[in-house]
Design a protein. Structure first.
Length: 331
Protein backbone atom coordinates (compact mmCIF):
# COMPACT_ATOMS: atom_id res chain seq x y z
CA UNK A 1 0.00 0.00 0.00
CA UNK A 2 1.49 3.44 -1.04
CA UNK A 3 1.86 6.21 1.53
CA UNK A 4 1.89 9.89 0.65
CA UNK A 5 4.38 12.26 2.35
CA UNK A 6 2.86 15.23 4.10
CA UNK A 7 3.93 18.79 2.98
CA UNK A 8 5.96 19.19 6.18
CA UNK A 9 7.96 16.06 5.46
CA UNK A 10 8.62 17.28 1.91
CA UNK A 11 9.92 20.53 3.33
CA UNK A 12 12.31 18.75 5.70
CA UNK A 13 13.58 16.50 2.97
CA UNK A 14 14.29 19.46 0.70
CA UNK A 15 16.16 21.25 3.47
CA UNK A 16 18.34 18.21 4.19
CA UNK A 17 19.23 17.91 0.51
CA UNK A 18 20.20 21.60 0.42
CA UNK A 19 22.40 21.19 3.48
CA UNK A 20 24.17 18.27 1.88
CA UNK A 21 24.93 20.34 -1.21
CA UNK A 22 25.97 23.54 0.59
CA UNK A 23 29.49 22.63 1.83
CA UNK A 24 30.95 22.51 -1.66
CA UNK A 25 29.52 25.89 -2.74
CA UNK A 26 32.24 28.18 -1.33
CA UNK A 27 35.06 27.91 1.20
CA UNK A 28 35.25 30.18 4.23
CA UNK A 29 37.39 33.23 3.49
CA UNK A 30 38.10 36.89 4.29
CA UNK A 31 38.79 39.78 1.90
CA UNK A 32 40.15 43.28 2.53
CA UNK A 33 39.50 46.45 0.54
CA UNK A 34 40.99 49.88 1.10
CA UNK A 35 39.92 53.23 -0.39
CA UNK A 36 42.59 55.54 -1.77
CA UNK A 37 44.01 58.13 0.63
CA UNK A 38 43.85 61.45 -1.22
CA UNK A 39 45.47 64.51 0.37
CA UNK A 40 44.18 66.75 -2.43
CA UNK A 41 46.08 69.87 -3.50
CA UNK A 42 48.86 70.84 -1.08
CA UNK A 43 51.28 73.74 -0.92
CA UNK A 44 54.89 72.93 -0.07
CA UNK A 45 55.08 76.35 1.62
CA UNK A 46 52.47 75.41 4.24
CA UNK A 47 53.48 75.60 7.88
CA UNK A 48 50.92 73.03 9.07
CA UNK A 49 50.44 69.30 8.51
CA UNK A 50 48.17 67.93 5.80
CA UNK A 51 45.87 65.06 6.74
CA UNK A 52 43.53 62.71 4.88
CA UNK A 53 41.48 59.60 5.60
CA UNK A 54 40.75 56.27 4.00
CA UNK A 55 38.49 53.37 4.89
CA UNK A 56 39.74 49.82 5.37
CA UNK A 57 36.95 47.23 5.04
CA UNK A 58 37.28 43.54 5.92
CA UNK A 59 34.56 41.00 5.12
CA UNK A 60 34.64 37.38 6.30
CA UNK A 61 32.33 34.71 4.88
CA UNK A 62 31.18 31.48 6.48
CA UNK A 63 29.53 28.65 4.58
CA UNK A 64 26.93 26.55 6.32
CA UNK A 65 28.39 23.12 6.99
CA UNK A 66 32.02 24.24 7.06
CA UNK A 67 31.58 26.43 10.14
CA UNK A 68 29.27 24.46 12.41
CA UNK A 69 29.66 26.75 15.44
CA UNK A 70 26.83 29.01 16.50
CA UNK A 71 29.17 32.04 16.57
CA UNK A 72 32.18 31.24 14.38
CA UNK A 73 35.22 33.52 14.71
CA UNK A 74 37.70 34.78 12.15
CA UNK A 75 40.99 36.15 13.45
CA UNK A 76 42.23 38.82 11.04
CA UNK A 77 45.44 40.84 10.59
CA UNK A 78 45.70 43.43 7.82
CA UNK A 79 49.35 44.16 7.01
CA UNK A 80 50.88 47.05 5.11
CA UNK A 81 54.38 47.20 3.63
CA UNK A 82 56.48 50.21 2.74
CA UNK A 83 54.73 50.98 -0.55
CA UNK A 84 56.17 51.79 -3.95
CA UNK A 85 58.10 54.82 -2.62
CA UNK A 86 60.60 52.59 -0.84
CA UNK A 87 62.38 53.45 2.39
CA UNK A 88 61.94 51.78 5.76
CA UNK A 89 58.23 52.49 6.10
CA UNK A 90 58.79 55.27 8.63
CA UNK A 91 58.30 57.44 6.77
CA UNK A 92 56.68 56.14 3.64
CA UNK A 93 57.04 58.14 0.44
CA UNK A 94 54.87 59.33 -2.39
CA UNK A 95 56.91 59.97 -5.51
CA UNK A 96 56.85 61.88 -8.77
CA UNK A 97 59.76 60.67 -10.85
CA UNK A 98 62.85 61.06 -8.66
CA UNK A 99 61.10 63.51 -6.31
CA UNK A 100 59.79 62.22 -2.96
CA UNK A 101 57.21 63.40 -0.42
CA UNK A 102 57.23 61.83 3.05
CA UNK A 103 53.97 60.75 4.70
CA UNK A 104 52.54 57.90 6.74
CA UNK A 105 49.37 55.99 7.61
CA UNK A 106 48.01 55.33 11.08
CA UNK A 107 45.22 53.47 12.81
CA UNK A 108 44.43 56.41 15.10
CA UNK A 109 44.17 60.23 14.67
CA UNK A 110 46.90 60.73 17.29
CA UNK A 111 49.40 60.04 14.46
CA UNK A 112 51.86 58.51 16.93
CA UNK A 113 54.39 55.80 16.15
CA UNK A 114 52.44 53.38 18.35
CA UNK A 115 49.59 53.52 15.80
CA UNK A 116 51.72 53.30 12.66
CA UNK A 117 50.14 50.83 10.24
CA UNK A 118 52.60 48.05 9.48
CA UNK A 119 52.68 44.27 9.57
CA UNK A 120 53.58 41.19 11.56
CA UNK A 121 57.14 41.22 10.20
CA UNK A 122 57.73 44.98 10.54
CA UNK A 123 61.21 46.05 11.66
CA UNK A 124 60.12 49.55 12.72
CA UNK A 125 57.60 48.58 15.41
CA UNK A 126 54.57 49.26 13.22
CA UNK A 127 51.66 46.90 13.83
CA UNK A 128 48.98 45.39 11.60
CA UNK A 129 45.34 46.38 11.91
CA UNK A 130 44.06 43.35 13.81
CA UNK A 131 40.73 42.10 15.12
CA UNK A 132 38.25 39.24 15.38
CA UNK A 133 35.08 39.07 13.30
CA UNK A 134 32.22 37.03 14.77
CA UNK A 135 29.69 35.38 12.47
CA UNK A 136 26.20 34.03 13.16
CA UNK A 137 25.18 30.40 12.71
CA UNK A 138 28.13 29.85 10.39
CA UNK A 139 26.25 31.33 7.43
CA UNK A 140 26.73 34.52 5.40
CA UNK A 141 29.26 37.30 5.82
CA UNK A 142 30.30 39.88 8.40
CA UNK A 143 31.87 43.24 7.46
CA UNK A 144 33.90 45.57 9.64
CA UNK A 145 35.30 48.98 8.59
CA UNK A 146 38.19 50.88 10.13
CA UNK A 147 39.25 54.50 9.47
CA UNK A 148 42.87 54.92 8.38
CA UNK A 149 44.50 58.30 9.02
CA UNK A 150 47.12 59.77 6.68
CA UNK A 151 49.46 62.64 7.54
CA UNK A 152 52.05 64.68 5.67
CA UNK A 153 54.14 66.53 8.30
CA UNK A 154 54.81 70.18 7.55
CA UNK A 155 58.54 69.55 7.98
CA UNK A 156 58.53 67.07 5.11
CA UNK A 157 57.15 69.69 2.68
CA UNK A 158 60.37 71.73 2.65
CA UNK A 159 62.05 71.47 -0.73
CA UNK A 160 59.26 69.39 -2.33
CA UNK A 161 59.02 70.54 -5.93
CA UNK A 162 56.82 70.57 -8.98
CA UNK A 163 57.60 69.75 -12.57
CA UNK A 164 58.42 73.29 -13.63
CA UNK A 165 55.46 75.57 -12.93
CA UNK A 166 52.87 72.79 -13.33
CA UNK A 167 50.97 71.26 -10.41
CA UNK A 168 52.47 67.79 -9.93
CA UNK A 169 50.87 64.56 -8.74
CA UNK A 170 52.77 62.46 -6.18
CA UNK A 171 51.60 58.87 -5.60
CA UNK A 172 52.41 55.75 -3.59
CA UNK A 173 51.05 52.40 -4.74
CA UNK A 174 50.40 49.64 -2.23
CA UNK A 175 49.70 46.94 -4.82
CA UNK A 176 51.74 43.98 -3.58
CA UNK A 177 52.31 45.74 -0.24
CA UNK A 178 48.92 45.11 1.38
CA UNK A 179 47.87 41.67 2.69
CA UNK A 180 45.13 40.26 4.87
CA UNK A 181 45.92 37.17 6.96
CA UNK A 182 43.14 35.20 8.59
CA UNK A 183 42.35 31.94 10.34
CA UNK A 184 39.09 30.48 11.61
CA UNK A 185 38.53 29.15 15.09
CA UNK A 186 38.86 30.47 18.62
CA UNK A 187 42.40 30.97 19.83
CA UNK A 188 44.07 30.65 16.45
CA UNK A 189 46.58 33.28 15.33
CA UNK A 190 45.84 35.15 12.10
CA UNK A 191 49.24 34.01 10.79
CA UNK A 192 48.19 30.36 11.03
CA UNK A 193 45.80 30.65 8.11
CA UNK A 194 45.56 32.14 4.64
CA UNK A 195 47.12 35.33 3.18
CA UNK A 196 45.35 37.41 0.51
CA UNK A 197 46.47 40.62 -1.21
CA UNK A 198 44.70 43.96 -1.66
CA UNK A 199 45.73 47.28 -3.22
CA UNK A 200 45.17 51.04 -2.97
CA UNK A 201 46.98 54.34 -3.55
CA UNK A 202 48.00 57.39 -1.54
CA UNK A 203 48.27 60.61 -3.54
CA UNK A 204 48.76 64.36 -3.24
CA UNK A 205 48.96 67.15 -5.82
CA UNK A 206 51.79 69.59 -5.10
CA UNK A 207 50.91 73.06 -6.33
CA UNK A 208 53.16 75.83 -7.55
CA UNK A 209 53.19 78.50 -4.84
CA UNK A 210 55.20 81.62 -3.93
CA UNK A 211 55.42 84.20 -1.15
CA UNK A 212 57.25 87.53 -1.06
CA UNK A 213 58.00 90.27 1.44
CA UNK A 214 60.00 93.48 0.99
CA UNK A 215 62.10 95.74 3.17
CA UNK A 216 62.52 99.50 2.74
CA UNK A 217 65.34 101.27 0.96
CA UNK A 218 66.53 103.93 3.42
CA UNK A 219 69.09 106.40 2.06
CA UNK A 220 69.38 108.26 5.36
CA UNK A 221 70.21 111.95 5.71
CA UNK A 222 72.59 113.90 3.50
CA UNK A 223 72.96 116.06 0.48
CA UNK A 224 72.36 114.80 -3.06
CA UNK A 225 75.38 116.86 -4.15
CA UNK A 226 77.22 113.56 -3.58
CA UNK A 227 75.69 110.18 -4.47
CA UNK A 228 74.07 108.08 -1.78
CA UNK A 229 73.49 104.31 -1.74
CA UNK A 230 71.26 101.90 0.14
CA UNK A 231 70.33 98.25 -0.09
CA UNK A 232 67.53 96.05 1.26
CA UNK A 233 66.37 92.48 0.69
CA UNK A 234 63.29 91.03 -0.89
CA UNK A 235 62.46 87.66 0.69
CA UNK A 236 61.08 85.18 -1.84
CA UNK A 237 59.92 81.64 -1.12
CA UNK A 238 58.72 79.55 -4.07
CA UNK A 239 58.03 75.89 -4.72
CA UNK A 240 61.21 74.07 -5.70
CA UNK A 241 61.89 73.93 -9.46
CA UNK A 242 59.33 76.64 -10.28
CA UNK A 243 60.45 79.80 -12.07
CA UNK A 244 59.32 83.27 -11.01
CA UNK A 245 59.64 86.91 -12.04
CA UNK A 246 59.78 90.03 -9.87
CA UNK A 247 58.83 93.35 -11.43
CA UNK A 248 58.54 96.89 -9.99
CA UNK A 249 56.38 99.76 -11.15
CA UNK A 250 57.46 103.38 -11.53
CA UNK A 251 56.12 104.62 -8.19
CA UNK A 252 54.92 108.23 -8.11
CA UNK A 253 56.62 109.09 -11.39
CA UNK A 254 54.87 106.28 -13.26
CA UNK A 255 58.12 105.55 -15.09
CA UNK A 256 60.47 102.85 -13.71
CA UNK A 257 63.32 104.31 -15.77
CA UNK A 258 62.94 107.71 -14.07
CA UNK A 259 61.85 107.14 -10.48
CA UNK A 260 61.59 110.08 -8.10
CA UNK A 261 61.04 110.54 -4.37
CA UNK A 262 58.77 113.45 -3.50
CA UNK A 263 58.64 116.04 -0.72
CA UNK A 264 55.00 116.02 0.37
CA UNK A 265 55.27 119.60 1.67
CA UNK A 266 56.99 121.37 -1.23
CA UNK A 267 56.20 118.95 -4.03
CA UNK A 268 59.86 118.87 -5.06
CA UNK A 269 61.36 115.59 -6.25
CA UNK A 270 64.64 113.74 -5.93
CA UNK A 271 65.67 111.24 -8.61
CA UNK A 272 66.87 107.73 -7.75
CA UNK A 273 67.18 104.27 -9.22
CA UNK A 274 66.86 100.61 -8.15
CA UNK A 275 68.78 97.64 -9.57
CA UNK A 276 69.33 94.01 -8.59
CA UNK A 277 73.11 94.47 -8.62
CA UNK A 278 75.18 97.57 -7.71
CA UNK A 279 75.19 99.92 -10.70
CA UNK A 280 73.32 97.29 -12.75
CA UNK A 281 70.45 97.80 -15.16
CA UNK A 282 67.38 99.52 -13.73
CA UNK A 283 64.92 97.11 -12.16
CA UNK A 284 61.46 97.76 -13.52
CA UNK A 285 58.68 96.09 -15.45
CA UNK A 286 60.46 95.59 -18.76
CA UNK A 287 59.42 98.94 -20.21
CA UNK A 288 61.77 101.79 -21.12
CA UNK A 289 64.83 99.57 -21.12
CA UNK A 290 64.28 98.33 -17.56
CA UNK A 291 64.77 94.70 -16.58
CA UNK A 292 62.63 92.17 -14.68
CA UNK A 293 64.33 89.93 -12.14
CA UNK A 294 63.98 86.17 -12.78
CA UNK A 295 64.70 83.27 -10.46
CA UNK A 296 63.94 79.63 -9.69
CA UNK A 297 62.39 78.47 -6.42
CA UNK A 298 64.20 76.14 -4.04
CA UNK A 299 61.40 75.55 -1.54
CA UNK A 300 63.18 77.70 1.06
CA UNK A 301 63.43 81.46 1.45
CA UNK A 302 65.77 83.23 -0.96
CA UNK A 303 67.09 86.75 -0.36
CA UNK A 304 67.01 88.94 -3.46
CA UNK A 305 68.84 92.22 -2.92
CA UNK A 306 67.61 95.62 -4.04
CA UNK A 307 70.37 98.18 -4.60
CA UNK A 308 69.34 101.84 -4.52
CA UNK A 309 71.26 104.82 -5.78
CA UNK A 310 70.56 108.56 -5.45
CA UNK A 311 72.94 110.01 -8.07
CA UNK A 312 74.53 113.45 -7.77
CA UNK A 313 71.95 116.13 -8.66
CA UNK A 314 70.72 119.58 -7.78
CA UNK A 315 69.92 119.84 -4.07
CA UNK A 316 66.22 120.55 -3.46
CA UNK A 317 64.74 122.04 -0.29
CA UNK A 318 65.72 120.01 2.80
CA UNK A 319 62.98 117.68 4.04
CA UNK A 320 61.67 114.14 3.83
CA UNK A 321 61.53 112.61 0.33
CA UNK A 322 59.67 109.35 -0.23
CA UNK A 323 58.33 107.09 -2.93
CA UNK A 324 56.17 103.94 -2.85
CA UNK A 325 56.98 101.09 -5.22
CA UNK A 326 54.67 98.18 -5.98
CA UNK A 327 56.55 94.87 -6.29
CA UNK A 328 54.83 92.16 -8.32
CA UNK A 329 55.73 88.47 -8.11
CA UNK A 330 54.69 86.35 -11.08
CA UNK A 331 54.95 82.53 -10.98
Amino acid sequence: MMKTMTPLRWLLAALLLWLMAAPGARADNCVANMTDVDFGVISPLASTDYTARGTLTVTCYWTLGQSPLLLPAANVCVNLGTGSGGGTGDPRYMTSGARRLAFNLYGDPSYTSAWLWGGNTSTIGAKPIAGTLIGLLGLGGVTQSVTIYGRIPAASLVGVGTSGNVDTLYTASFAGHGTVQYSFGAGKACTAGVTEAFAFQARATVTNDCQISAGNLVFGSGSPLSERRASAPLSVTCTANSSYQISMNGGQSGNPAARAMKNSVTGETLGYRISSTPDGAIWGDGSGGTLVYTGTGTGVTQSVMMHGLVPRQRAPTPGNYRDTITVQLTF
